[in-house]
Design a protein around this ligand. Sequence first.
Ligand SMILES: Cn1cnc2c(O)nc(N)nc21
Length: 277
Amino acid sequence: MNMRLQCADIQLDLSYPRIMGIVNVTPDSFSDGGRHATVDAAVAQAHELIDAGADIVDIGGESTRPGAESVSVDEELARVIPVIAALRGCGVVVSVDTRKPEVMCAAIAAGAHMVNDVEALQADGALEVVAQSNVALCLMHMPGNPKTMQALTDYDDVVVTVTDFLKSRIALLLATGIASDRVVIDPGFGFGKNLTQNLQLLKHLDRIVTLNYPVLVGMSRKSMLGLITGRSIEERLAAGLAAHLYAVKQGANIIRVHDVAACRDALTVWKMIGDVA
Ligand SMILES: Cn1cnc2c(O)nc(N)nc21
């Protein structure tokens, strides 16, 4: 695996695990003070995550949780572009979490260094938009879309299906001329997988790691952790740290979390152990 991820003008060293902090710019994420308050709150939250140790901040304007309603292009643009523009020069990788080519294009123009697409650039025009840039790309596995995916959990072998999907997307990107050091892959925990299938993907994550591309995982606060522990969404930090450290042990390179400070401490312990003779 290449140890440096090309994120536009930033090269991210992946010789040790990195943290992607989550910034949801969706009105229900913040006190409903309307657009301006939402953008300001999102920018402030991004800076909090950066101060807490995030290597990447992931700016999303459309919820991708199961059953989530889709958001129009104009609404998503209005939510995320002002935040991305305000983060120009912030010193860390700024990622845009979107499935829409129009949002990718505007985000890249506003200074985004990475596109995080839960649909792995399958939307018409998405591949063309990113091929004309040098941003990093995260390709995630999701059957269907957030409204249909939870009914699409009939796999012969979820690890084989997900691995084959990621291999096919990688091949398509390389054939489009996209450099391999821009590509990150992600099994998509919680996207069209039941609990057993999520745990199988985690247990056998090494088989995705052997595709030899940086692996991003995101299990923070997800329902798979609630099903195991019985904890509510606000009480899943310990479970999330355990799952993410297991993924790092399997070779994951980037973990996508809400609680950056706690994750930073966990990875600092991890790195110290790794660095000792
Ligand atoms: C936007 N989003 C929500 N969960 C995610 C996950 O697990 N991976 C990636 N890449 N994006 C996610």
